[in-house]
Design a protein around this ligand. Structure first.
Ligand SMILES: C=CC1=C(C)c2cc3[nH]c(cc4nc(cc5[nH]c(cc1n2)c(C)c5CCC(=O)O)C(CCC(=O)O)=C4C)c(C)c3C=C
Ligand SMILES: [Fe+2]
Length: 421
């Protein structure tokens, strides 16, 4: 393990103004590694043009949390919360404590400012990404509690109902959300726990999710991981290095929504908790599994031929003139050619929440995508998938949410500050 831990605060807070994704070593005296040499102890800069945790190379662990603001919270108190969250996030991502004092310091007669479980741990690539839900702008009763309703982005509405959705309100929505990703689960959990604690009296945890195993790659240097169906997942996902595509499909551009200019440089985050009927899937023949996905299980190559990163040929016909790639395969329906060219930055995680009373795993994929506009990028694709995707027989969408993700933070500012200017 690196010498770098949370014993005291490190001088690395605020290192560089570079966009998140540039890796820095916070340990004094260490040489900067290339991204191929990244280790579990590294830190990403907190301050930058975009928030971390979007184009940052997807870490292997995630703790996601959605919050509701407390009844009676006013604009100044909300700003105070965002400022406190920003300060804590800027410290924790650099391997520091949640509070100004570390977990073992402070008055003996007061609770410590940090809960302590990450005290000996390095930064572990921690990123903390904040999002604002539709309810922050207008609550269920239509009240503009924080004086920001006029600046609500037009695209920030609850996602519509999709065919076969079976959403649990207790696993959906939230005025605010936080995505904490790290190489070490204890570091991600520590971040959410302490941010929840800091929010006491101002925002209440509504629902949360642990994810253990990325199902995407967001950098060209990352190998493609596998999901709980055993297939390579993330092959055709957007990569940080594809900057033109990231600009076109992920970041909100100037002029996109004049009422929501504060969101320029930010994005929209879609989260869907998708239960996978894995015991049923495990009984499906290999031929059927591959046909449903549209790719080979071993290599992740398109069924039309070639190797993993080759494009599928949807026109290729097999015996009897039947397309080799099933028109209802997951890949066929989700491909940009069949979705007006749209792509999304997928950043999901596998999850297992124990099991049900019949001995079936309560498991699936916590789907996360960052998009420039959910109305063009997520909603039409999900509508097609929910109606036609062969994989839907094995899936159940049980949780859902959409949040506007403000741009990155400059030192001295708080996250989302431009919304309140
Ligand atoms: C609305 C968007 C998507 C949802 C929801 C979704 C769920 C989901 N996907 C898999 C497994 C795989 N998905 C793959 C590709 C793929 N999926 C989406 C979108 C959604 N998936 C897109 C845009 C793509 C890329 C299509 C393309 O350009 O070819 C693959 C193949 C490998 C890959 O390219 O990533 C797999 C496997 C599961 C299990 C799942 C829900 C549980
Ligand atoms: Fe998919």
């Amino acid at each position: 393990m690196s010498d770098l831990s949370r014993r005291g605060l490190f001088g690395a807070v605020g290192v560089g103004g570079a966009a998140a994704g540039a890796l820095v070593l916070a340990a004094a005296g260490s040489a900067s590694p290339s991204s191929k040499e990244e280790t579990v102890s590294d830190a990403y800069p907190y301050f930058g043009v975009h928030q971390g945790g979007i184009v940052t190379p997807a870490q292997d662990r995630m703790h996601f949390a959605a919050f509701d603001t407390a009844p009676g919270l006013d604009r100044d108190a909300l700003i105070g919360l965002l400022r406190d969250w920003t300060d804590a996030a800027s410290r924790m991502t650099q391997g520091g404590s949640a509070g100004e004092l570390d977990a073992m310091s402070g008055s003996y007669d007061a609770p410590p400012e940090d809960t302590g479980e990450a005290y000996d741990l390095p930064p572990s690539g921690l990123t903390i990404t904040f999002g604002f839900g539709p309810g922050l702008f207008l609550d269920a009763a239509g009240a503009d509690r924080f004086g920001i309703a006029a600046r609500r982005p037009a695209a920030l509405e609850r996602l519509p109902h999709f065919v076969a959705d079976n959403l649990d309100p207790n696993l959906s929505d939230g005025d605010l959300c936080i995505q904490a990703c790290a190489h070490d689960p204890q570091v991600a959990v520590h971040a959410i726990r302490n941010l929840t604690r800091i929010a006491f009296g101002r925002a209440v945890l509504r629902w949360s999710q642990l994810g253990f195993g990325r199902t995407s790659s967001t950098s060209v240097d990352q190998a493609t991981p596998r999901n709980l169906f055993g297939f390579k997942d993330g092959t055709m996902g957007l990569r940080a290095e594809q900057t033109d595509l990231i600009d076109a499909h992920v970041w909100v551009q100037a002029g996109a929504d004049p009422a929501a200019d504060w969101l320029v440089g930010g994005s929209y985050m879609v989260a869907r908790k998708i239960k996978m009927q894995i015991e049923t899937w495990d009984r499906a023949p290999m031929r059927e599994q591959e046909n449903i996905v549209g790719r080979t299980k071993r290599e992740g190559a398109p069924l039309s031929g070639g190797v993993e990163f080759d494009q599928p040929d949807f026109t290729l016909e097999g015996r009897g003139g039947v397309p080799v790639m099933d028109v209802a395969s997951h890949v066929a329906i989700a491909h940009p050619d069949h979705n007006d060219g749209v792509q999304m930055l997928r950043r999901g995680y596998n999850y297992v929440d124990g099991n049900d009373q019949l001995g079936r795993l309560s498991a699936g994929l916590f789907f996360i995508a960052f998009v420039t506009d959910p109305r063009t990028h997520y909603i039409p694709m999900q509508s097609r998938l929910s109606r036609n995707d062969l994989m839907m027989e094995y899936l159940q969408h049980i949780g859902s949410g959409l949040w506007a993700v403000p741009p990155g933070v400059t030192e001295g500012e708080f996250v989302g500050q431009a919304l309140f200017a």
